[in-house]
Design a protein around this ligand. Sequence first.
Ligand code: BTN
Length: 255
Amino acid sequence: MKRKVYLFENITSTNDFCKNIAKVGATEGTVVVADMQTMGKGRMGRSFISPKGTGLYLSIVLRPKFDKIFLPLITTAAAVAAARAIEHVSPRKAFIKWVNDIYVDNKKVAGILAESSFSDTDENLNYTILGIGINILPPKNGFNESIKDIAGSVYKKFAPEGTRDRLLNEFLNEFEALYEKLPEKDFIIEYRERSFLIGKNITFIKNEEEISALVLDVDESGSLVVKKEDAEILTLSTGEVNIKKDENFYKAINE
Ligand code: BTN
């Protein structure tokens, strides 16, 4: 892919901007990076707080040629690339919470939002926008009340000069390499190794009902394989899960 990077001081959302330019022909490998976002978007309609000077916010225009069954793996590959990039620029160990949250020191430091557009018939993919936000430092006034128990940053107080640009380059290098051979799924083993859900008890909502289950695995398509309390095995292809409160996962991921 031919990388072209555009830097913005201020943007609403790099994902939205990339969608607009993809609609008018932006080529695969177009990368939009912003110092801050005023309407950064997260999954499930949430917002992604994107203050100036403390994070890396970027989106990439992708035009995958592989079969659309592989599309969910774009997020899986991006999660592995982000975890590697964080470890290249800091001494921290990065873990992945399925589907696509990156955790450092038990806190979410990065999130990924991939959005695909199909033709009217739903047959052909027009483009996929891959967006990622990484908190390098906490916001100047700290994380706001609603996310402060979950959100964290790669560095706590100071980051070495140039960290954001190094993180950007490391992420793009890692992601592009995985994306070129995406259907080969080379990164699934590493995704599993970095997952801190395997072996843990979780809850998730299905048909408006809370279900408890034990996580068994992440399968070849990036889906979470879980065993319900009644022993039924379910494969979750997307969604969100919570670690059961009684799980001592802090201990587990520090071991
Ligand atoms: C999540 O954690 O729910 C996903 C967060 C994704 C945030 C990134 S920041 C760059 C890109 N532009 C957006 O508006 N969102 C993504």
